[in-house]
Design a protein around this ligand. Structure first.
Ligand SMILES: CC(C)(COP(=O)(O)OP(=O)(O)OC[C@H]1O[C@@H](n2cnc3c(N)ncnc32)[C@H](O)[C@@H]1OP(=O)(O)O)[C@@H](O)C(=O)NCCC(=O)NCCS
Length: 173
């Protein structure tokens, strides 16, 4: 198990007690619009995200983003295929626009490059998702290319844009 801390967040494993809030924001159409999980989100489905595997274990490992008052504001996922990984992030609608995602991903990327010694981290996004594209560019990711209508998602062929950052590029680390 791995817990990371930032000035405003604890990044820790999800628990059974997180499920009602997690399911609520994952069923919010604005939050789910560009995300791959099946709808409606259910506790049975989201329970699969509860894992004490350490960040960096092979495959997807999900973590809760929690404020000092214990509020679940979102979650991050890291899919490690050492020495590379893919990340994903989701915030509840109420938690967006406050810098929580940037703060969480800076901590996660520090961990990826300093502790896990990864070579490259990438994210694959729907290019219509302007908020996440802005976030990734702000963090120093590079837009490497876009696969056009490369997967079927919620009733339409969807583009897939790949963003990535190398360890040597991360804060010149
Ligand atoms: C993608 C997502 C996490 C981005 O969230 P976000 O709130 O835009 O990102 P941040 O938490 O970094 O906040 C940045 C915004 O907060 C503002 N902000 C306010 N206070 C801030 C602070 N203290 N520090 C940094 N930014 C702050 C910034 O100006 C920025 O706004 P802007 O993008 O309009 O310029 C969010 O839109 C989301 O959860 N979407 C649904 C799920 C999804 O699609 N995920 C992506 C799939 S990988």
């Amino acid at each position: 198990m791995t817990t990371l801390t930032t000035p405003r967040l604890t990044i820790r494993p999800l628990t059974e007690a997180d499920l009602p809030a997690l399911v609520a924001y994952r069923n919010d159409p604005e939050v789910a619009r560009f995300q791959g999980w099946p709808l409606p989100s259910t506790p049975q489905q989201e329970r699969q995200l509860i894992s004490n595997s350490p960040l960096g274990a092979a495959g997807w490992v999900q973590r809760a983003l929690v404020t000092p008052t214990g509020e679940l504001v979102g979650d991050v996922g890291l899919n490690t295929q050492h020495p590379q990984a893919e990340l994903g992030i989701t915030l509840s609608r109420a938690a967006q626009g406050q810098g929580y995602a940037q703060e969480a991903l800076e901590a996660l990327l520090d961990f990826c490059f300093s502790e896990l010694k990864l070579h490259r981290v990438h994210a694959a996004i729907d290019p219509r998702n302007r908020a996440v594209a802005r976030l990734l560019l702000r963090l120093g990711f590079r837009h490497e290319g876009t696969h056009i209508q490369s997967y079927w998602h919620r009733g339409e062929w969807t583009d897939d844009a790949v963003y990535a950052v190398l360890r040597e590029e991360w804060k010149r680390g």
